[in-house]
Ligand binder design. Structure first.
Ligand code: NAI
Length: 629
């Protein structure tokens, strides 16, 4: 039974217990509905408290029910029973009351919460709409504008903020059950009566300017998305139409939202991310090695970002360089990144000091002697990396994991330079390493399961999405990009398509940045260096990336030097068309016999996206990724 029922001195308690996160399923809905009935039927009961055991209040709908035929009782029936109950019904929240969980709480007559509780309506992050009355009850409780804001952002709010907004009525102690029961007794003593959210008139009208303001604030996150417009419709309905009509509209739009490409794609990503830490065939992975101290070798673009990512997770880091000058430059870069975060209000001064305090600079590999993990991020050069790993193998403790941030070299070959290949792994961060969420965990032929488990645990600690990938050229991300997406984008340049057209089409499609702008941001030379190493192992037929590989020797390395595929004005990152590059491309097209032709926007999009799909399929066939998602 997910829901227990007991009566204590005139107050009934429905305690929900469905580990791990009290996701709502039919058993919870039935249990709550029955508790409401029992409380109503018992003349001694004056109030019913609905609370959860475990680490959180109802965290939302059980996602396995999404889009499936829902087992009765439904949400509407259950929440109706709560709201129309003749006895007081009080929700006592703790942990994270999200989505359907918060919707259930809003159907209760009163709400209290522990100080650390958070409440949110995150449906939009999955491209779906609330379907259990949330869009109609939230505006009635906190006003139309605040409700729209909360549902459009999808971000949870704190108990204090919820109290301010009157989403909850009281903040109680840390124990939700004790707090809820005590609050119920206070309400009874004060003569409180059932207060039905459905009967509240929405306090504020919603002006067009307010709507525009809310949408504008979320515009970046919601680029190319449509769910927010349905939320506007529903909040308008809450303001203008009777409650039940609003619920009907919500039911229609919510059901429709489950079928949109937008929600199918976002849900795919959600489940894919949940799945990716699982290694097929390994039911119980060995426990990860705890990482308390780490060293990062190389304080360049990547080394600096990796050091920040580690310090942000509370790991103490020794950052190693060849000379003082490079080290100082690297440390100054880290400082500047943190100062930027401070200026933008993303961290406090104390946090900045604490994190900077975790990073220690040093010259010479000897400084990396006493650590649990080393991540090397020196130049992309097999011989150099092997010699560094060999030295590290000699000086680091036996248990230490030796990782490489290589973007293209064989982790198996790197491991062979050491006497502990099973403890050698690729940890492939993406630039900027402290920001980008993807972390490829590259499994060499001899990498042990414990080392992989350590990589996965580290990824989690750094709040990244760690994906185990095989040891092939470019692993998964770069291979798909270089052999698919960017290769096709470069071919289109040769066919006479302007770089900004390709970028604009892909940005409209939903990518944060088009391929040419990415190339300039990352550094045109970075890809060229990768391809020089690749050519030593495998051949790709021209005109494979001939544009970038012609820009590199001309010193057009991208934003960092003010010119690449585009040109830049000093101090300005706006990519500007450069006729010089047109001339270079025209010359290359002639040289490689690429015919000039018109390419439609639809073709640009298809060639970029389908090439990713095709290379992805190859990668899957080659066994370099565990699963398509
Ligand atoms: P970078 O050129 O900015 O930095 C490399 C740093 O390593 C330099 O500061 C250099 O002084 C230092 N270094 C060289 N030899 C050393 C030694 N023996 N001991 C200590 N430090 C030494 O290069 P970047 O871009 O940071 O790349 C580093 C690695 O990360 C490469 O393997 C690269 O392929 C990989 N990578 C780069 C990405 C990018 O977008 N830049 C993305 C993902 C991986």
């Amino acid at each position: 039974m997910s829901v227990s029922f007991e009566v204590m001195d005139g107050v009934a308690l429905a305690a929900i217990d469905r580990p791990p996160v009290n996701a709502i399923d039919a058993s919870i809905r039935a249990g709550v509905r029955d508790a409401v009935k029992k409380a109503a039927a018992d003349p001694h009961v004056k109030a019913l408290v609905i609370a959860c055991r475990g680490r959180t209040f109802l965290s939302g709908a059980d996602l396995s029910e999404l889009g499936a035929e829902i087992q009765p009782p439904g949400y509407r029936e259950t929440l109706d029973a709560i709201e129309t109950s003749p006895k007081l019904v009080i929700a006592a929240l703790h942990g994270t009351a999200l989505g359907g969980g918060l919707e259930l709480a809003m159907a209760c007559h009163y709400r209290c919460a522990t100080p650390s509780a958070r409440m949110g309506m995150p449906e939009i992050t999955l491209g779906i709409l609330p379907g259990a009355g949330g869009t109609q009850r939230l505006p009635r409780l906190i006003g139309a504008r605040a409700a729209l804001e909360m549902m459009v952002s999808g971000a949870p709010i704190t108990a204090d903020r919820a109290l301010e907004l009157r989403l909850i009525d009281e903040v109680v102690g840390d124990d939700p059950i004790a707090g809820g029961l005590a609050y119920a007794r206070r309400l009874i003593a004060a003569g409180a009566t059932p207060r039905r959210t459905r009967d509240v008139a929405v306090s504020a009208e919603l002006s067009e300017a307010e709507i525009a303001g809310v949408l504008e604030a979320a515009a970046r996150a919601l680029k190319g998305r449509t769910t927010q417009h349905d939320l506007v419709k529903l909040v308008r309905a809450a303001v203008q139409t009777p409650f039940d009509r609003g619920l009907d509209l919500e039911a229609d739009l919510s059901a429709a939202s489950l079928k949109t490409n937008e929600s199918l794609a976002l849900r795919h990503v959600f489940f894919a991310e949940r799945e990716c830490a699982r290694i097929p065939g390994v039911a119980e992975p060995p426990s990860a090695l705890p990482i308390r101290r780490a060293a990062v070798i190389g304080a360049g673009t990547m080394g600096g970002g990796i050091a920040i990512a580690l310090a942000d997770a509370g790991v103490s880091v020794t950052l190693v360089e060849v000379g003082k000058e490079a080290l100082d430059k690297g440390l100054a870069g880290i400082r500047a990144t943190y100062d930027g975060s401070l200026k933008r209000g993303r961290i406090t001064k104390d946090a900045l000091d604490e994190r900077m305090g975790l990073i220690r600079g040093a010259v010479g590999l000897e400084a990396a002697a006493d650590v649990d993990l080393v991540i090397e991020a020196v130049f992309e050069d097999m011989a150099l990396k092997q010699s560094i790993l060999k030295k590290l193998d000699a000086i680091t403790p036996k248990h230490a994991v030796l990782a490489s941030n290589t973007s293209s070299l064989s982790v198996t070959e790197l491991g062979a330079a050491t006497a502990r290949p099973e403890q050698v792994i690729g940890l492939h961060f993406f630039s900027p390493a402290n920001v980008m969420r993807l972390l490829e965990i590259v499994r060499g032929e001899r990498t042990s399961l414990q080392t992989i488990a350590t990589g996965l645990a580290l990824g989690k600690a750094l709040r990244k999405v760690g994906v185990v990938v095989g040891d092939g050229f470019g692993f998964v991300g770069n291979r798909m990009m270089l052999d698919g997406y960017f290769r096709e984008a470069e071919l289109m340049l040769l066919q006479g398509v302007a770089p900004e057209r390709i970028d604009d089409v892909m940005e409209n499609f939903g990518f944060a940045m088009g391929p040419n702008r990415v190339n300039d941001m990352a550094g045109v030379d970075v890809g060229t260096k990768v391809r020089i190493e690749l050519a030593k192992r495998e051949r790709r037929a021209p005109p494979y990336h001939v544009v970038s590989d012609a820009l590199t020797p001309l010193g057009r390395l991208g934003q960092k030097v003010g010119k690449g595929v585009y040109r830049y004005e000093p101090g300005d990152r706006t990519a500007r068309h450069d006729p010089e590059v047109d001339a270079l491309i025209a010359k290359l097209a002639k040289e490689y016999g690429v015919a000039q032709r018109a390419v439609s926007d639809a073709e640009i999009e298809e060639r970029c996206v389908l090439s990713l799909v095709n290379v992805g399929a190859d990668i899957l066939n080659e066994g370099l990724a565990y699963r398509a998602s």
